[in-house]
Every structure is written in structure tokens, then in C-alpha cells.
Write a protein that binds this ligand. Structure first.
Ligand SMILES: [Fe+2]
Length: 466
């Protein structure tokens, strides 16, 4: 791969504040990997490229911006319980006082700092400010949409990409990069229920980059939402080899497994887990860990015995109970702790979340989401584990329309709809059993043709007549 040097960055209207060609090239390597999702071994992945960029020009502040920004948005840790990260952010913020740095670097520093303080709205507004002045700033775009995702604001996610389209299409940015913009846009379309438009956008992205892993993943979502399971199984099995070294490499297997669970093919789902999802936990990427926990929980809802598989997920999450980086992560940590029958760790996690809420500003994005939806979900998961199904319904049903705040995709958050449906089915209260049937009618209307909904409806009809 050939990377852009200082002059080439200038030629496309995005001058960098470094005179080191090596630093400029590594900056290109970082942004390209972040946009495409593929890790490039020739530069040691994103981490290797950051190290080389920093070594080539220690004063190039983008080294600090990218390193801190990716750590925060990747949500594997947070400034809440990581003093080293907090100190790195403070050090980066000091750089903003240097008169030598550019307006754009100052704004990037401001945005990363705001995010680290829990002001996700302030952070995305700041990245949008950069994009208004320099719409082809690829880093500002990726940080902005990741921030929107972590805010649960998918319409803004979609529109952020849409606003940049004309600039990227006709500008000096490569057509390959324009393709990646379209594939991120497609995911925003899919998550806001423009499914046909999303599919069309993915096909166009794939014409520009035939191995586009982001478009491939979005098509998996479209097929999930439209219950095209047989087609999805064929499509993902045919294309999965294209995702090697992609950030969604493991996650696409999760989507494939969801199709199997929907179809009631639990043997295929368990084999997939054992071959891919379980081993992916070692990657350290939070997406792989939450996928593993969610997958096992779905199988258990279906009545499948997953045996000792929880243990590996639990061994990862037990060191993260005090992170509170994102509600989405923590509710999956709760699932894994309860799945592994580690009630003590589950209690510690809930207490840590409550302490986090008490100790942070009332405007902290994550604390607000915990209060609104995270705590009720955790309490519901515990109640389910204890067999108090009526309590799950009474706790979760009133907040079920607020789950977007915990982030994640529609497909991922469907897990909590299933928790509610299974609880309503198992609750001794007739009112809850009637609710189960209504929830399933609702699910059927949103996803017509789901075999899982049909199976559950059969149970709901029987139990409501008893
Ligand atoms: Fe997904």
C-alpha cells in the first residue's frame, strides 16, 4: 500500500502540521484503516501506525488525538477508572495551548476532551464544526459517527454521512474512500429503517470496494431485519473470507449465528460459537465480548444448554466491572456474570454503576443512559436469573422504548425485547401472558416471517388460554 506524504496531503486540500513525510504517511495509514475497518499488517495495524507516526514526529499532535480518541470511542476503558488515560487526555489538552498547532488540531483536542468528560453531544458538535469547515476530514467524520453511535443517535449518524457525500464524490478524495463513506452511510440508513435504500447504498459501495467489510456487515443487518435468513446464510458463508483482519470479522459470524438461531438450527449456532465467536473473545475488542455474551443468552432463551461456555466470557468481563465506559457493555457484563452464576460479581457491577451515577455530573451522557435504561435492564436481568419473571416485566416494560440510549444496533438490542417476551410468557400473571402475545404481534409486524416469533406465538397462545 502506498501512503500519502506531506505534499500529497496538501494537494488534496488537507495540509498537515508536520514536515515529516513518515508521520504524514502513517497518518494516512491510520485514517485508511479506521475508514475501511481493515487492519494493515504492513504498518502493524492502527497501533503500529500510531507508534511509527509518533516516533517520526513526536510533536505532531494527531498522534495523541488519534490514540486517545480511539481508546475512548472503542469503549474498552474510560477515564472514570483509568488514571493513565485521564493523564494522557490532560497532556493532550495542554497541547491545545501551543500556538504552533492548527485550528483543526485544536478542535479535535477539544472534541476528544469533551468526550472523555462524558459530554458526547459537545464532542459530536465539535467534530461537526470541523466538518463544516473541512468536509473531507476523514478522521473527524469517523470520530463523529462513532460518537453518534455511542449516543444512540442513529439519525444524526446517517445524516452526518449524507451531508458529506457531494464533497467526497467530487473532491480530491479517492473513489475508494468515497465508497467507505457510502458504506457507513448505509449502516445509518439501515438503523433508521430505510432498508431498501441501505441495500442499494451497500451495492454501490461494493462496486467501489469489492471487499468492503462495512457494506458486507450492513447487508447482514438488512437481511436480518427482513427475515431473509436462508439468503443471509448463503451470502455470509460466501463472503465471510473477505472479512479477515476486519473489525467486523467476528461480528459477522455473530450475524450468521443469529440466522441459525432464528431458524431453530441450534446445532449450527453452537458449532459457529465454538469455532469462531468463543475464540474471538481473546481479541480484546469489546464488540467480540458483547457478541459472545448476547449469543449465549439468546441460545438460553431458546432453551439450549450452553454448558460451561459462559466461563470464558466471564473471565474477560470480571476485570471490567468498574469501567462504566458504555451502558451497552455493562449490561452485557451483567449477562455474562449471571450466565456464569457469579451473583457476587453481578452485585459488584450494579453497585459500581450506582456509584458511577452518584459520582458523575447529572449531564454525563453515560450516567443519564444508565439511569434511564441501564439500571432497569440490569435489575431485570437479575430478576430473570432469580426466576422473578413478573418483576422483569414490571421493571423493563415501562422503559423498553428508551433502550436506544444504551446504544447498539436494533439487532443487538432485540435481545432485551426477547428478555421481556420470555419473562411475560413465564410470568404467573395473566396480564403479563396477554402482554407476551401483544409483544409478539408487534414483533411480527416489524419483522414479518420470523420463525422465532412464530414459535413463541405458539407458546403465547397456549399459555394465555390456560
Ligand atoms: Fe451488526
Amino acid at each position: 500500500m502506498r501512503w500519502k506524504d506531506c505534499k500529497e496531503w496538501e494537494d488534496i486540500g488537507l495540509p498537515l502540521s508536520t514536515t515529516s513525510n513518515e508521520a504524514a504517511k502513517m497518518y494516512d495509514a491510520i485514517v485508511t484503516q479506521y475508514m475501511s475497518g481493515f487492519s494493515d499488517d504492513s504498518v502493524g495495524g492502527i497501533d503500529g501506525a500510531i507508534r511509527r507516526m509518533t516516533a517520526a514526529d513526536p510533536n505532531f499532535v494527531f498522534g495523541q488525538i488519534i490514540s486517545n480518541g480511539l481508546t475512548l470511542l472503542g469503549s474498552t476503558t474510560s477515564t472514570w477508572n483509568n488514571p493513565e488515560l485521564k493523564s494522557n487526555i490532560e497532556k493532550m489538552a495542554q497541547s491545545a495551548n501551543n500556538d504552533m498547532i492548527t485550528w483543526k488540531e485544536k478542535l479535535h483536542i477539544k472534541a476528544v476532551k469533551l468526550y472523555s468528560e462524558g459530554d458526547f453531544t459537545g464532542a459530536s458538535d465539535t467534530w461537526e464544526n470541523i466538518l463544516l469547515q473541512q468536509p473531507t476530514d476523514m478522521l473527524a467524520f469517523r470520530f463523529a459517527i462513532d460518537c453518534y453511535f455511542n449516543r444512540g443517535e442513529m439519525a444524526q449518524y446517517r445524516d452526518c454521512a449524507a451531508r458529506l457525500m457531494p464533497f467526497w464524490k467530487s473532491g480530491k478524495i479517492s473513489q475508494s474512500m468515497y465508497g467507505y463513506l457510502k458504506s457507513w452511510h448505509a449502516f445509518g440508513l439501515e438503523e433508521t429503517n430505510f432498508l431498501d435504500e441501505a441495500e442499494k447504498e451497500c451495492q454501490q459501495s461494493l462496486e467501489l470496494n469489492s471487499r468492503d467489510g462495512v457494506a458486507n456487515h450492513t447487508l447482514a443487518h438488512v437481511m436480518e431485519m427482513q427475515c431473509r435468513y436462508d439468503e443471509g446464510i448463503r451470502y455470509l458463508n460466501d463472503t465471510v473470507h473477505n472479512n479477515q483482519k476486519h473489525a467486523f470479522e467476528g461480528h459477522v459470524y455473530w450475524h450468521l449465528g443469529l440466522y441459525y438461531i432464528e431458524k431453530g438450527d441450534y446445532e449450527a449456532a453452537l458449532s459457529l460459537y465454538d469455532e469462531y465467536l468463543g475464540s474471538k473473545i481473546d481479541s480484546g475488542a469489546m464488540l467480540d465480548v458483547t457478541d459472545a455474551a448476547a449469543f449465549l443468552q439468546r441460545l438460553e432463551y431458546e432453551g439450549v444448554n450452553v454448558g460451561s461456555r459462559w466461563l470464558k466470557v466471564f473471565n474477560f468481563i470480571k476485570t471490567h466491572v468498574e469501567d462504566q465506559a458504555l451502558v451497552f457493555n455493562d449490561v452485557h457484563f451483567m449477562i455474562a456474570a449471571l450466565g456464569a452464576k457469579q451473583q457476587g460479581i453481578a452485585n459488584d457491577l450494579l453497585e459500581s454503576i450506582r456509584n458511577f451515577i452518584r459520582s458523575t455530573s447529572k449531564d454525563h451522557t453515560v450516567a443519564k443512559a444508565f439511569k434511564k435504561a441501564g439500571i432497569p435492564i440490569c435489575e431485570s436481568l437479575i430478576a430473570y436469573h432469580c426466576g422473578d419473571f413478573a418483576k422483569v416485566v414490571n421493571t423493563f416494560n415501562p422503559v423498553r422504548y428508551s433502550t436506544l440510549q444504551i446504544t447498539g444496533s436494533d439487532a443487538q438490542r432485540d435481545l432485551f425485547n426477547l428478555m421481556l417476551i420470555h419473562s411475560a410468557l413465564k410470568s404467573p400473571e395473566m396480564e403479563h401472558q396477554l402482554l407476551a402475545r401483544s409483544l409478539l404481534y408487534e414483533r411480527d409486524a416489524l419483522k414479518p416471517g420470523s420463525p422465532m416469533t412464530a414459535r413463541l406465538l405458539e407458546k403465547a397462545t397456549v399459555s394465555s388460554l390456560e
